[in-house]
Design a protein around this ligand. Structure first.
Ligand SMILES: [Fe+2]
Length: 219
């Protein structure tokens, strides 16, 4: 039973990574391209990386117990400023667990940390620029509205950091880092809906966050 579950899970993640789900194609995308604003890295990038750094943050290695929280398939594309997909981009995410604790020695709520949450994950983009993570819907912690931290690493370039926010969350209005982005279009670009996946047996959510980097292709 256990190994069957693992097999199914990996097959599912693999299918998603290969584009098995048809996401909506946006019309006139290039005309609407908005550069993703840089957001602070913050103090909680893991000071010690977990042993498991894959794109499934819900299960650590082959653990039997999943993380607490609203399971979310968080995906998107890494694009350059012309809208072309960026391959070989290392996408890293990190976020607090369902109890507001980060995978960091200086985290708040450390005593309540969910040991089943990976807290950090990585995904290397292919030719489509797509990335995919299975994680939880972010929750608030003292002083911050819910967010997922992103870092994009590309050979020969400065690392890019930003944060992605939950559309409609009431905490957004009071969050200083979120509101440091003044341009409404740039703000909209980091604010994404977390919506239930139709027919998902366990009520999983999907969120789509494209990252537009500020450089043009080198051809
Ligand atoms: Fe944070």
């Amino acid at each position: 039973m256990h190994s069957l579950f693992l097999h199914d899970r990996r097959a599912f993640l693999g299918r998603l990574a290969l584009g098995g789900i048809a996401w909506q194609v946006r019309g006139a995308f290039a005309d609407e391209l908005v550069r993703t604003p840089v957001q602070t890295e913050g103090p909680f990038y893991p000071d010690k990386l977990p042993l498991d750094t894959d794109n499934d943050l819900i299960i650590i290695n082959d653990a039997a117990t999943p993380a607490l929280g609203d399971v979310t398939y968080l995906s998107g594309r890494i694009l350059d400023s012309s809208g072309a997909p960026v391959r070989s981009a290392l996408v890293e995410i990190w976020q607090c667990d369902n109890n507001g604790a980060y995978l960091h020695s200086g985290t708040t709520n450390r005593e309540k940390r969910d040991g089943n949450f990976q807290g950090f994950g990585r995904f290397m983009t292919g030719s489509t620029g797509e990335y995919l993570f299975r994680t939880i819907k972010p929750v608030p912690y003292p002083g911050r509205t819910p967010h997922v931290h992103f870092m994009v690493k590309l050979k020969g370039r400065e690392k890019f950091t930003t944060q992605c926010y939950v559309k409609g969350h009431p905490g957004n209005e009071k969050d200083g880092i979120y509101n440091s982005v003044k341009d409404p279009k740039q703000k909209a670009a980091i604010t994404v809906p977390f919506t239930p996946i139709q027919g998902a047996r366990a009520g999983e959510l999907a969120a789509r966050f494209d990252i537009v980097l500020g450089f043009t292709p080198q051809v």
